[in-house]
Design a binder for this molecule. Structure first.
Ligand code: IRN
Ligand code: FE2
Length: 652
């Protein structure tokens, strides 16, 4: 295939390779990776430290608001942003959790690959011709052992993973932390101010939270999904028969985690499914989820009715041995529910759901995912793979939302949740889809009731169907709402939804959009410390510390770029206005003037011991004049007189 490439093609892909290589290690501006040590030296929890300008801005922000200490944020970027770690994508990341898994003594290393794993790998490699350091000796629970985090939690054991998560979730306390916390409706009412390892354990034991952590993915940094913790986001990547290569998918994964993806799902349906997944898992600092029915379908050449339990079971084992942390399994699509979709406007829109519906109809039998559910649990607990119970009957348009098919499936997912819990297997439940805003809360309330508080993981939902090209936005509106109501993880939607396979830019746009939705939900839920970043950024904005404002942003690059389009010079980074309003009409600037004015009047009053007069502005006026003369000269946009005329009009 390479020989067929024109020189132009090759130049384009070389440029992309170079860009990817640069992005791989890039840390966001003014940032440094730091670690917080737990109760033992091998618990090192990463955070990103953002350095702010430490000089207090005189007379603007007083008292408690005066200091600008470094700011710490939750960091999903992995060791790629740690300059002390050498990265070799062909070898994979350091195996952070290997010692914790081994010391528990409940697993054994297999002497080699199980046959299905070996076969799939051999077939894939013969076509892909890729060198890679695989885990050749995967781990599995010893006979009779259960290695799930839920199993440990229920026996009262606090694992290093749980302690790691407790440190990660308790945002480093900060001078600006939620000083103005209000007591709005708090859907995360159980959340303590400081999240303790014991709280993590109790939430996992209760089934209210999951820690996706396959014992064969020791490279991953522990994280938790539950409604009493920070709202998480998942990014879907993966190839299709029509596009993308392994290196493109790996670069999408590192790119997505750089911008804040808490989880990645590999939804590959094209070539080299096994090999693509191997590269992703070995190099991923975050949990990886898959939909195993996609690969099973590929093994029967796309003919759904040829699927069997045996093929599916082997695929589960193959992927569990590779290290997949959670499986989407559409076990709630029952034979009886399929006819309920007949009157729908858009029928069944879930890929996995439609595959299983076809199998059930052709065979007129109950789905093997349902009839073999306990067999699946046995596999899950031998590796600690979590269930993501798939919503195969989710609505694909507003018209179909909250219908009989959707809610019948949800009820079955609730029953299956309880079956999985009898095996101490971790569960989250997938949700819609396309739902108008007034019908979103019903989804959350029903899920909590039917699924006994198991974490909800939703795809948006999209709140209108009329904006293809902007479905990251139509869906982020629904995601923010359902996150506020209690959804634990939001599956991102990119601008390419319904239109094509997302590229790197779409991935970033989807992530930033969903970070906004998740953070908005954290704020509304009153998650401890959530507002501290908003406060720090607002303070930088009010004090015209432009660089700090950019650096605290979710996407510093875009913020800076937009600002610099009109005011590119270094000097403009201290200017008391931007090109939005110009120097005369900046409300923040005018507020500062008002404060100066008030201070001037107070001082005049104190000096003269008389009632202040408007004419006593002199002190404040001089100060403003000095600061602005130079800037106005540089920007050349307005005369100083005009500024002061505008200011005087506003303050009088
Ligand atoms: C999340 C919530 N509901 C569905 N999802 C995700 O949709 C699921 O986790 C997977 O990543 C994706 C595709 O699933 P279907 O279309 O096979 O159901
Ligand atoms: Fe859709």
């Amino acid at each position: 295939a390479d020989a067929l490439k024109t020189p132009a093609h090759r130049a384009a892909s070389d440029a992309r390779f170079e860009e990817d290589a640069r992005d791989l290690h890039r840390i966001l501006p003014a940032s440094r990776k730091v670690y917080i040590e737990g109760s033992r030296p091998d618990i090192q929890v990463p955070m990103r430290e953002i350095t702010l300008d430490p000089t207090p801005v005189q007379g603007v922000s007083e008292g408690e608001w005066e200091q600008n200490p470094p700011f710490y944020v939750y960091d999903t970027s992995g060791v790629y942003t740690d300059p002390n770690v050498d990265i070799d994508l062909t070898k994979g990341l350091p195996k952070l959790r290997e010692g914790w898994i081994a010391e528990r003594g409940d697993t054994e290393q297999l002497s080699g690959l199980s046959s299905s794993y070996g076969l799939a790998r051999a077939r894939d490699i013969s076509t892909a011709n890729l060198r890679f350091a695989h885990i050749d000796k995967p781990r599995r629970a010893k006979a009779g052992q259960n290695v799930t985090q839920m199993h440990y939690a229920r026996r009262g054991i606090i694992t290093p993973e749980m302690e790691y998560i407790a440190i990660r979730e308790t945002q480093k306390q900060h001078a600006l932390t939620d000083m103005r916390q209000h007591d709005g409706e708090n859907f995360g009412a159980n959340t303590p101010t400081v999240i303790t390892p014991e709280f993590v354990r109790s939430e996992v034991a209760a089934g209210r939270a999951i820690i996706p952590n396959n014992i064969n993915h020791p490279e991953s940094e522990p994280m938790i999904i539950g409604r009493n913790f920070l709202v998480k986001i998942n990014a879907n990547i993966g190839n299709s028969a029509l596009g993308s290569s392994i290196d493109e998918e790996v670069s999408k994964m590192t790119w997505a985690t750089r911008w804040g993806a808490d989880n990645i799902m590999d939804l590959s349906t094209g070539n080299h499914i096994h090999e693509t997944r191997e590269w992703l898992i070995r190099n991923s600092p975050v949990p990886i989820g898959t939909v195993p029915i996609y690969q099973a379908l590929e093994k029967v050449d796309g003919v759904a009715e040829d699927l069997t339990w045996e093929i599916f079971r082997d695929t589960l084992i193959e992927q569990a041995e590779q290290g997949v942390d959670y499986f989407t399994i559409h076990a709630g699509v029952l034979l009886d529910y399929v006819p309920m979709t007949a009157g729908r406007l858009t029928g069944i829109v879930s890929r996995g759901g439609s595959i299983m519906a076809q199998w059930c109809m052709v065979h007129q039998q109950e789905s093997f995912l349902y009839t073999h559910f306990e067999d699946i649990c046995e596999i899950m607990k031998a590796y600690d793979v979590a269930f993501s119970l798939g919503d195969g009957l989710r609505p694909g348009c507003l018209q179909d939302a909250n219908d009989e098919a959707q809610f019948s499936e949800l009820k079955t997912l609730g029953e299956l949740t309880k079956v999985a819990w009898e095996h101490d297997v971790q569960v989250m439940v997938e949700g819609p889809g396309h739902v108008a805003m007034n019908r979103i809360k019903e989804n959350m309330d029903l899920q909590l009731e039917l699924c006994a508080d198991a974490p909800f993981y939703t795809l948006g939902p999209l709140t209108t169907d009329i904006a293809p090209g902007y479905d990251h936005i139509t869906s982020a509106i629904g995601a923010a709402m359902i996150g506020w109501f209690g959804t634990a993880m939001l599956c991102y939607v990119t601008p390419k939804e319904h239109l094509g396979l997302p590229n790197k830019k779409d991935v970033k746009d989807g992530i930033i959009t969903y970070k906004i939705a998740a953070h908005a939900a954290d704020l509304a839920k009153g998650h401890p410390g959530a507002q501290s970043r908003d406060n720090a950024l607002s303070k930088a904005r009010f004090e015209f510390r432009w660089d700090d404002q950019f650096n605290l942003a979710l996407d510093p690059d875009t913020a800076r770029e937009f600002h610099d389009e009109t005011l590119p010079k270094d000097a403009h980074k201290v200017a008391h206005f931007c090109s939005m309003c110009g120097p005369k009409f900046c409300s923040m600037k005018i507020t500062q003037n008002v404060r100066e004015y008030a201070a001037g009047l107070d001082k005049a009053a104190a000096d003269k011991k008389v009632t202040p007069q408007t004419g006593d502005l002199t002190d404040a006026g001089h100060l403003i004049k000095e600061v602005d003369t130079e800037l106005v000269r540089q920007v050349g946009e307005a005369s100083l007189d005009e500024i002061h005329k505008g200011m005087t009009e506003m303050t009088e």
